[in-house]
Design a protein around this ligand. Sequence first.
Ligand code: LLP
Length: 420
Amino acid sequence: MAEFDYRGGMLHAEDVSLADIAAAVGTPFYCYSSAALTRRFAAFTDAFGGQDAMVCYSVKANSNLAVIRTLAGLGSGADVVSEGELRRALAAGIPPEKIVFSGVGKTRDELAYAIAQGIYRINVESEPELDAIGYLAGGRTVEIGIRVNPDVDAKTHEKISTGRAENKFGIDIGRAREIFAKARAIPGIRPVSVAVHIGSQLTDLAPMRTAFTNVADLVRELRADDNTIDSIDLGGGLGIRYDGENPPSAEAYANMVLEATGNLGCRLIFEPGRSLVGNSGILVTRVIYEKFGLSHRFVIVDAAMNDLIRPALYEAYHRIVPVAQPEPGVESSPADIVGPICETGDTFARGRDLPPLAQDGLLAFMSAGAYGAVMSSTYNTRLLIPEVLVNGDSFAIVRRRPSYDELLKLDSLADWQQSV
Ligand code: LLP
């Protein structure tokens, strides 16, 4: 993670000291690096150089407008899963003709909005959704993809595995030909694409290879049935290094894709999320107290599970480092890093070796750019935390910390309570 590194004993994001950002915006905060986003987007697109490949950044991983805008400026499209994400992608400057809409439960209102915006593709995941689009098309021709469920085990955490028959996603691949025939018969629908996504944080190419090979076989069958298939959407899923993982490089992934899908003469659509933003962001937090229990050293920080829920939800590992680099020779000892929330699950890490930490000392949670801020909540009536984007020696607050007044104003009393 070259963009987040020590300089003169202090952790920096590019050319900006994180201690300076902390002094300016307070803690905790998320910090993203423009250079890291740019480097990772380029690595992904370069790997598919010479191919008709369309990269639609999966906005769910990090939907900050400034992050989307950075990727939009590099030519990225967007993969969205809700009207809210679609509005964000458009607001960040992604043209509708580069937007794909995925998701198992798009409402009729969301579909109507997407159709009115003229987005590139809607990836359909059920027969009733097909009927809804047919009903809403209103004289237009809506080009769609059918997302298939290939029944492949992606070998990742079960909560983020999406391609097995028991998962809610897609339409059973064995029924795809029948569904394409049905879709073609609906006026206003043109099925032109096959979509697949088997899971996230995939570090083994083999399950993806199996799924993509099955999709390529299906495309040949669909063409034999007289369907016009102009593209395949291979989803996201490429894993990143949080700790000891050895995820495939963009080139290795691209080679596998090209081998598995052969010469279909199709556009390839990708929906990477984590691999673009995961290691392009960190979370910076401050030590509130350190305390020594009977058997444990606890480091209590001002970030909590509501700010970064991945450790509590998926037992996810995030590397945790002090922002001030310890002096050589300083002894570390194991500590549990915990937040202030009233649940034992509010534990970021157990038994991590850390040097003695000053009260008010800063810690950085690495690899927090994906599924960090987007999954945060106001549990325990904690304010959503700011997001900062660094670019060279500049930084900007790209989401400000709201006030308690703003948070409380979202609630109101029932009219019969007003006089109390
Ligand atoms: N396309 C579709 C249809 C998806 O469902 C997803 C992720 C992506 C693309 C992007 O996948 P990526 O490249 O980021 O792996 N909150 C979890 C991850 C949930 C992923 C959901 N779908 C976590 O923190 O690990």
